[in-house]
Design a protein around this ligand. Structure first.
Ligand code: HEC
Ligand code: HEC
Length: 306
């Protein structure tokens, strides 16, 4: 199996990972969406915005295993990054939202995130005359769950990290360290690429956590409802413990890994992947090389300078 893939990738004209590029957005909707993304009035407690958990100056998520929402309540899974999320086939670990626009309702109504309702949120925002006027100039029907979600989704479409060292190297515009190149080779050779592929180095399929071992049995903590992953959405037995394969573009900036946030080091996460997804044991040098490759995937966005 692995040999077939190695030969396949050596012959392939295109690389299995593509450079990130901007996607089309509407600048006026992006501007409104940005305002909403940073607006704490979205939460019932007036103290949490999307940006509280999805910190854009950092890697588009926070530095904890569980994010704190309204009333100080903790969530059930680790917050993933919003950077490059437009490229995901579905949103959320279990793929419960079909796209970015549909995803917005989840934090609004989640008692552990904004803990509010659409009618309440729309009423609050409608009290702000200036915002209401600006919003209505773009969305003629005014503030609604649909228009608010649309504006935020437009803003998220603009959150693409560009010019990663790896992308510049792929395009022949810059050199890449030998270690990072070796990491990329290993990433393909061992088969990480079977699941983490495409522009976002993941985000385009679902896979079971623990193909080659009992990850949850070995984890040492009881199985939580969220651990059932995609099964919670589809109810299909084969979807138990299956998750959306996360994009790895920002992985090297994360402090917590996996849906349960249980891993706190990048090389630890790579090691766990090799063991449970591929049944392999990697050397320290191999782990370091793959980490260097993942580091080279980190691109830039102007929000990081704010
Ligand atoms: C209290 C913390 C918190 C707040 C506030 C919050 N999120 Fe999230 N976000 C999360 C967590 C946790 C997840 C993972 C949820 C899951 O998989 O079930 C998530 C998932 C996402 C995803 C899916 C990313 C992916 O790779 O699947 C997107 C997009 C997103 N949030 C955008 C937003 C937007 C837009 C807002 C504001 C309207 C927001 N979030 C508010 C914590 C938060
Ligand atoms: C069979 C598919 C599959 C293969 C092969 C695979 N992964 Fe993963 N990877 C996943 C899934 C699914 C997750 C999410 C698991 C979870 O959250 O419980 C994940 C998570 C990760 C994470 C954590 C990202 C985050 O945001 O938490 C890293 C890093 C990672 N993989 C790297 C690798 C590397 C390096 C390899 C090769 C050694 C690899 N993966 C092989 C499916 C795979």
């Amino acid at each position: 199996m692995i040999w077939v893939l190695v030969i396949g990738s050596a012959c392939a004209v295109a690389e299995p990972i593509l450079p990130l590029q901007s996607v089309a957005t509407d600048a006026r909707k992006v501007a409104l969406g940005r305002q909403l993304f940073f607006d704490t009035r979205l939460s019932r407690t007036n103290d949490i915005s999307c940006a509280s958990c999805h910190q854009l100056f950092s890697h588009g998520a926070d530095n904890s295993a569980r994010s704190k929402g309204a009333f100080g309540r903790l969530g059930e899974v680790r917050a993933p990054t919003v950077y490059n999320s437009v490229f995901n086939i579905r949103q959320a670990w279990d793929g419960k939202a079909i796209d970015l626009k549909a995803q917005v309702t989840l934090p609004v109504e989640n008692p552990k995130e904004f803990a509010t309702t659409w009618p309440e949120l729309i009423a609050t925002l409608n009290q702000d005359q200036a915002f209401r006027t600006a919003f209505t100039q773009v969305y003629r029907a005014g503030l609604s769950s649909d228009s608010i979600s649309d504006a935020i989704a437009h803003y998220e479409r603009s959150l693409i990290t560009l010019n990663a060292p790896f992308d510049l190297w792929l395009q022949g515009k810059a050199t890449l360290s030998e270690q990072a190149q070796e990491g990329y080779r290993l990433f393909k050779y061992y088969g990480c690429i079977n699941c983490h592929q495409g522009k976002n180095v993941g985000g385009n399929m679902f896979a079971k956590m623990g193909t080659f071992g009992d990850y949850f049995g070995d984890r040492g903590t009881a199985i939580e409802p969220a651990d059932y992953g995609r099964y919670n959405v589809t109810g299909r037995e084969e979807d138990k413990f299956t998750f959306k394969v996360p994009g790895l573009r920002m992985a090297a900036r994360q402090t917590h890994f996996f849906h349960d946030g249980s891993e706190q080091s990048l090389t630890g996460a790579i090691n766990t992947m090799a063991r449970y997804q591929l049944g392999r044991s990697l050397s320290q040098a191999e782990l370091a090389a793959i980490a260097a490759f993942l580091e080279s995937l980190v691109g830039h966005h102007q929000e990081m300078d704010q």
